[in-house]
Ligand binder design. Sequence first.
Ligand SMILES: [Zn+2]
Length: 307
Amino acid sequence: MELLQLGERTWYIPGRVNVGYYEENGQGYLIDSGLDDDQGRKILKLLGEERKVPLRAIVNTHSNADHVGANAFIQKRTDCEVWTTRIEGILTERTTLEPLLLWSAWPFKGIRGKFIEAKPSKVTFIDQPMAIGDPRLANEYPIRDTELTAVPLPGHYLDMIGVRTPDGVFFLADALFDPTVLEKYRFCVMLDVAGAHKTLDMIVNAKARWFVPCHAPVTQDVGELVRQNKEGLNWVTEAVDGALANADRPLTREEILSRIGVANKMEMDAAHLLLNLSCVAAHLTYLSELDRVEPLVQDCFLLWKRK
Ligand SMILES: [Zn+2]
């Protein structure tokens, strides 16, 4: 594990999740924390050796377990605060909601592993009350009394934010994935496809010295990565639409996923399957907003057909 400098006061720790680090007035701030206690221990050791500055807060971009899983350990050791948006904060404090969202009921054991359900941590909300309601309407806003700026990034999760530093680094959370990840998994965690397109359009026009996605290498030119991610999104939209086009009857979303998964030799466990199912659902909503598909209920099945 190493701390690499990107700006005068900004660093990052490359890994499965790229973790950001920033300093202001002799205090340190992490941007996301990582998956588990082990990661938290390693981060604190690294910061203790390299920077020796008290940690004031972890700024979480969103509440997925690979981003908030080390919060609990770091908070216990340093007494730092955890800052995030209201809705992501509720899931960070009540992490069972994460598998519950996937299953729409109290989750069974097979979907409660550490990749889905992190250890809970105590949160301080950073967004303004006016952002309550549709988080997609929110504009950029300052992160408490720091020079950091929160940038709403709709699409991937409920109210995910990016973080801009005053020295020109733009942390992009999970708005962008590495093309090898897109190619391998095809489906990413995705709740709002129209929102994701808007986010990608915003990022391609954004100015920054460095862009730091959590699951792709840092870059100074984000254009190609945005293009590849748009292509990945469109691939799923067309695969969902294509499954319906090639069927001789309306399909459930499980059947749509199964047809795409089998055709592309995808392997998944229960948690992964439910994540992919949620992604299919997001694309069905998107296609229905484009007036290309519609739902119907028949024999106690929720079915989808092309219009
Ligand atoms: Zn992630």
